[in-house]
Design a binder for this molecule. Structure first.
Ligand SMILES: [Zn+2]
Length: 326
């Protein structure tokens, strides 16, 4: 360890005095003080004012610093769908898109579960939104007990309909699988967050995480994300937390493609979406390798261009990570 590092125990102690730690731009993944400003944090909501995007010189994690306060973030996330997405997804094409994305995540996770012959009966999901992943899980394992923590109450009705048990904390929940899909990039203190979320995870149980990968590089706005992962910091993070059998993979269009997509490309994509919403689905619904679980042509048509069914060797839109608790 070099002089810029602090150990995990010291980091956690410091996190208790979190304002100080976060103002000092200490890396939320490895605890290094060796960070530098990378650029302005691009935002719309005023509580991000004064934030910068900072990169850790040791693990390459990119993060917002200073972080918004816990109170501001909690209130933002409690109406997340209204604030960040203008409401819950409801059109048939949006439903097909999110269902397909959930099924592709599930296919990735199932590969890992099958390989290690892991039996899952109890699932805990953090931040399920309206429950696209939960529904996909319960369709293939209807006898599972599926618990979820969701701070956005606008999703509760939909979750209850699927058969999800809503809980307030992970403390009392024993699980064989913990799922966090598009959650961790919103969290100020990821170490404490994952520790708390996996307290009831049995030894040998599985943690599945999906986050956007380096999305600051291809988006014009950083909000609502405050953590920007890539493989190196994700591996270090899961290692430090004591997870084993770690697998991390890039999925989707590559970052370099996303950065160079032309205006013409986005016009063509809009035309394509229009045609699909008018019912012209079949010409866009070819089955590609990795799409085997997408039996509905509309689902294939909706996700096809994003490549979420394709693993990539270079950094891409999404980072999927799966690991076991020791
Ligand atoms: Zn770091």
């Amino acid at each position: 360890m070099n002089s810029n590092h602090i150990d995990l125990a010291e980091w956690e102690k410091m996190n208790k005095d979190s304002e100080k730690a976060l103002v000092m731009a200490i890396c939320p993944i490895c605890g290094s003080r060796n960070s530098r400003r990378q650029g302005a944090f691009r935002y719309e909501h005023s509580f991000f004012e004064g934030c910068s995007r900072v990169i850790c010189g040791d693990c390459e994690m990119v993060f917002a610093a200073p972080m918004p306060s816990e109170a501001d973030l909690s209130s933002y996330n409690s109406s997340y769908f209204a604030t960040a997405h203008g409401g819950q997804p409801s059109s048939p094409t949006a439903q097909a898109f999110f269902t397909a994305m959930a099924r592709l995540r599930l296919a990735f996770l199932k590969g890992f579960l099958d390989k290690h012959r892991i039996v899952v009966q109890r699932v805990l999901e953090l931040g399920p939104g309206p429950g696209f992943f939960a529904r996909s899980w319960l369709e293939q394992a209807p006898k599972s007990i599926y618990a979820a923590i969701e701070t956005d109450r606008s999703s509760h009705e939909s979750l209850l309909k699927i058969g999800v048990n809503l809980v307030d904390t992970a403390d009392e929940v024993s699980a064989d699988l913990v799922v966090m899909s598009h959650v961790l990039e919103h969290v100020r203190e990821p170490v404490g967050f994952v520790k708390a979320a996996t307290r009831g995870l049995r030894s040998g149980g599985v943690l599945f995480i999906e986050v956007p990968c380096r999305d600051w590089e291809h988006k014009t706005i950083d909000e609502p994300h405050i953590l920007f992962f890539d493989k190196v910091p994700m591996l270090l993070f899961l290692n430090n937390l004591g997870f084993t059998d770690i697998e991390i993979a890039y999925y989707g269009q590559t970052i370099s493609q996303l950065k160079t997509n032309s205006k013409l490309h986005s016009v063509l994509m809009r035309v394509r979406s229009k045609l699909i919403s008018w019912g012209l689905v079949v010409p866009f619904a070819t089955t590609q390798a990795g799409m085997e679980t997408l039996t509905d042509p509309l689902q294939r048509a909706m996700v096809g261009p994003y490549g979420a069914h394709r693993e990539s060797t270079e950094p891409a839109w999404w980072l999927r990570a799966v690991a076991r608790k020791r």
